[in-house]
Design a protein around this ligand. Sequence first.
Ligand code: GLY
Length: 361
Amino acid sequence: MVRVTVPVPGRSYDVTIGAGLLPTLGDHVPSLPGATTAFVVSDRTVADLHHRTIAGAIEGRGLGTVLLLVPEGEEAKSLQAYGSLLRQLAGREAHRDDVIFALGGGAVGDLAGFVASTYMRGIPFIQIPTTLTSQVDAAIGGKTAVNLPEGKNLVGTFSQPIAVVADVDVLATVNERDFRSGLAEVAKYALALDEDLLATLERDPGPIVRRTATVLEDVIARCVAAKAGIVAEDERDASTRLVLNYGHTLGHALERLDAFGGRTHGEAVALGMVFAAALAEARGLASGLRARTERLLASLGLVPDGELPPVDEVLRCLRLDKKYRDGVRWILLEDVGRPIVVDDVSDTEVAAVLLEMGASA
Ligand code: GLY
């Protein structure tokens, strides 16, 4: 078992990573004086697998449990699901000292965290991530959100959980494609932030691909440690936290243009990292980065598949995603472990790299 602290000033918390943690969940979360009920937010599939175990562990701590089911996947992140959870909490007279457990992947965590951060102006919540993507990334750092028809994550908060418990045993039931999608986030940490992790993966990717528990524990802990330092420094995404979006600028556009490949988040991010490496090379910032990125991704079972959308569609989508006043920000690497934020990339440069990667004009 490994414990990593996320040292956000005034709201520091621990992420516990290891095998066999759910049955002993009560030992890995802070005491909750005043709480009478733990509200467990989950979807049907995950609840069927794990709710009984965690309810037993929570009740062992003297709390009642109530399971609140939400739709599967991204459907959970709607204003309707958000409103429904708030109404159910109010209907059951949840009070400020009660606690929400988010049991599931990134979508459940984002929704449950948003509910917890707004119900009665904020009640405590604990993340119990059950996918690799959420264990290495989504459950850490306090970004909560739901989607609007106009775009993803347009309504949300920065609100830190009081604990995160990542039990690597639960990853045994994650399907192969979703697990590989999580490996794309692992590759992101390795390429952008942790050269030692990159060297480990390059030496022998077999144990992580085979989901060996001790290796999962070590790799997840390294990703969490990398993220923890960044979140503590820049909780609100103003500067250094942006580097966690490596591969995500193009990745998000590809996800929105889903019809062209039906890619998972991780598959889109993997392609986004290949694109970012090619762009860095085209700008003369890095050399050999694209080939190294492609080798790593292939060794993790992430070979880009499906057509790239036409260039003008991608450019339109990138423009729509304007989160920042000054336009699209790209995270590029000067070398592995050396990310920089770049905001002067022209459409012509983006188009040239996309065409070179096989997109149609
Ligand atoms: N997933 C990127 C972040 O938490 O900032």
